[in-house]
Design a protein around this ligand. Structure first.
Ligand code: G3I
Length: 343
């Protein structure tokens, strides 16, 4: 039941008029290495700026809503849904042939007060199931993946205590994933978290959590692990080890929110090469188009500068992707389920 209708082209800022700044699309080059897409986080307030729409359209193959699919934006009060921002992004993506990574449902932060005020477990379960169903029904068949669970773990790999786990308990993860699977079986369901960028106790905790939700002999509930990769400068070389360790979970892996303070070209190259060389790493997304629009703008962590010019890091990625494929190592991971027909 598709509730959402494509808005006319004229109202969308399409990708074409602005002159290309770079010769090659890093998304096309990334796909030449057998990967699914190289994407970018954005939203209506950026896509309505022609230069941003042009870069997203010409150089990236997928979009993630930076904020428009979060609770505060999409259900500001109980049962009142505001799809304006999410509709714009989905419309723009469909019109420009881009994949969509939805973001996010079960996250312990930035929850509206009306959700935080619910302390009865069954009420919160009903609210969560309804929210997931409304969102995924609206975009039926249009989403490639969704971060159903976001940032569930502490650095030692234990479960974080959040409003969701305090009121419902750890079963909230199974409940949310089952609701998502029922609402749109075509969407790849992800658990997304940060500081999974080297082989550490949190990575082990993530593998255990996924294994607990994908017990042998039962249809898996988790199709992928998202490694946010909000790196600190100098951390790129350890990303490969983190990806290989995450492969033990036997599901897809995606780098979902990459940004690197200072955007050192060799660092971006190293992360892209790590994903290329680890077979279960299916996609890579950067968290924003240009530096001033980053959630940490003073660190200039992205691939385009304030004048929408490609930075050396962009060209270094294009350079490494232009060179022949390194053999992908890899741990026998790979996608658990056939789900994900969205795109
Ligand atoms: O939309 C309101 C606007 O109406 C209001 O006038 C304005 C002033 O307060 O706030 C606007 O909301 C802001 C929202 O971004 C949209 O711009 C929130 O205050 C602000 O906290 C929110 O920040 C986002 C943050 O997540 C919290 O949701 C960042 O843009 C976004 O980059 C960041 O992204 C997170 C990922 O979702 C998860 N992983 C970490 C990553 C970085 O923190």
């Amino acid at each position: 039941m598709k509730l959402f209708a494509l808005i006319s082209l004229s109202t969308l800022i399409s990708a074409t008029p602005v002159k290309r700044q770079v010769t090659a699309s890093i998304d096309n080059l990334f796909k030449n290495h057998g990967k699914t897409f190289l994407g970018v986080a954005t939203d209506e307030k950026y896509l309505t700026v022609q230069q941003n729409a042009a870069i997203a359209g010409q150089d990236f193959g997928a979009v993630t809503p930076e904020n428009s699919m979060k609770w505060a934006a999409i259900e500001p009060s109980r049962g009142v849904f505001n799809f304006t921002g999410a509709d714009y992004l989905v419309n723009w993506a469909v019109t420009n042939g881009k994949s969509i990574r939805g973001h996010n449902f079960v996250w312990g932060e930035y929850l509206p007060n009306w959700v935080l005020n619910i302390t009865d477990a069954q009420t919160l379960i009903d609210v969560l199931q309804n929210h997931i169903t409304q969102v995924l029904n609206r975009y039926q068949g249009l989403l490639y993946a969704f971060d159903v669970i976001n940032e569930p773990l502490n650095q030692d790999g234990s479960l974080k205590s959040t409003h969701w786990t305090q009121v419902i308990g750890p079963d909230v993860f199974r409940i949310a994933l089952e609701a998502a699977r029922a609402a749109d079986p075509s969407v790849k369901l992800y658990i997304n978290d940060y500081t999974l960028d080297w082989n550490n106790t949190k990575v082990a905790g993530m593998v255990n959590l996924v294994n607990s939700l994908n017990p042998p002999g039962q249809p898996p509930l988790v199709d992928g692990i998202g490694s946010q990769a909000h790196l600190n400068a100098g951390e790129a070389p350890s990303v490969h080890g983190g990806l290989v360790a995450l492969s033990e979970a036997g599901v897809d892996i995606a780098i979902t929110e990459l940004d690197i303070p200072g955007a050192e070209p060799s660092e971006y190259q190293t992360v892209v090469q790590a994903c290329i060389s680890v077979r279960p790493c299916v996609s890579l997304s950067v968290w924003g188009i240009r530096d001033p629009d980053s959630y940490r703008p003073t660190t200039n962590p992205l691939l385009f500068d304030e004048s929408w010019q490609a930075k050396p890091a962009y060209n270094s990625i294009a350079g490494v992707l232009n060179s022949p494929s390194q053999p992908s190592s890899s741990s026998a991971g790979g996608s658990a389920s056939g789900a994900g027909a969205g795109n």
